[in-house]
Design a protein around this ligand. Sequence first.
Ligand SMILES: CC(C)[C@H](C(=O)O)[C@@H](O)C(=O)O
Ligand code: SF4
Length: 416
Amino acid sequence: MGMTMAEKIIACAAGVESAKAGDIHTVELDRLMSNDGTTHLTIDMYHNQLKHPQIKDVSKLVWIVDHNLPSDSPKTAASQKKMRDFAREHGITFYEGEGVCHQVMMEKHVRPGELIFGADSHTCAYGALGAFGTGVGCTDYLYAMVTGTSWLLVPETLRFNLTGKLPDGVYARDLILTIIGKIGANGANYKAMEFAGEGLKSLTMSDRISICNLCVEAGAKTALMEVDEIAMDYLHAHDREPKALFTSDEDAVFAETYDIDLSTIQPIVAKPHFVDNVVPAKESLGVKIDEAFLGSCNNGRLEDLRVGAELIKGKKVAPEVRFLVVPASRQVYQDALKEGLLDIFMESGAIVMNPNCSVCWGSCQGVIGEGETLISTGTRNFKGRAGHRDSFVYLASAATVTASAIKGEIATADMV
Ligand SMILES: CC(C)[C@H](C(=O)O)[C@@H](O)C(=O)O
Ligand code: SF4
């Protein structure tokens, strides 16, 4: 019987010939990412709960400070110091100021065919390079750090066959929000979401990362895409070679197959307080906003900043709105700077910030107050996600967010 991509990657990591959905395997991890959201907890467990604290293979570990950067309180300063000191002491690859963890991992570490644990839910982003990335809590992370291994229940796969091309003014973010709206926040629980088909060829690496990254919002264990020329070009441009290249067999068994014609997708908004609470953006027009956010591991890449800059060039941010523009990495920041994009944003009245999670996470920058409304390219719109529990977050594409920042209310790109 044929195997899916997920089954092949797990079989490879388990050192067995074949794996099938429902099997449990002990796997060798290729890489272990952790950020300042939880690493201090892992370190506490390492020191206080292990009889024989040790790290199996330090070269697998990548630690990144991105969530509250620069630190915003004595408490975060202390937990980041704990992380920094531990990383230095053990020789762990460590980044601070380099960007949002998943973007940094895509730029510097992820290789096709790898099995990667990240102590962060959006680790599924790595599927854009054909790697099985999955989020784990810090207990599982610690176990993997100490042993270099873990166990995995092989997930079933939902296959999305993409055809056609996205219309002008419609983005990958609209596509993945549409899919999450269609299958629901639990629609892919513990499943791999695999994207394939001719339509994939029309999507850039930035689009692909955005799609894979958000799959966890449908409950997915991981997201996967076949590695094609576009992915190989990205990999080579970043000086890396694949570990292994896998595709699903013709006779692989999928739990469900969906056919999606990209040309039918339209601008989408996810309304408070759930990511699957999606409506066509046209149905949310006119909602007054206090803040707009262009950034995050989902939508803070150069391509997203280009979309925003093109729309806002020569225009102004609405006077009553704070427009936060936060490149997803140092690389994105430098590229945007060279292209003149940051100038365009600053001339419009936007606030350009250092690469970090910013108000996607809502604990460090741009936190919103009681009754306020944010339109965001971040990943989540749960109650209190961006600040006060009685505030409101709408999720949308870079284009819709920028158009809304200009208008002071939810608007689509064709309205500015
Ligand atoms: C802090 C971290 C554990 C968290 C996650 O797991 O996703 C954060 O990145 C988020 O997006 O909510
Ligand atoms: S940008 Fe948002 S989704 Fe991404 S890691 Fe940071 S907080 Fe999580």
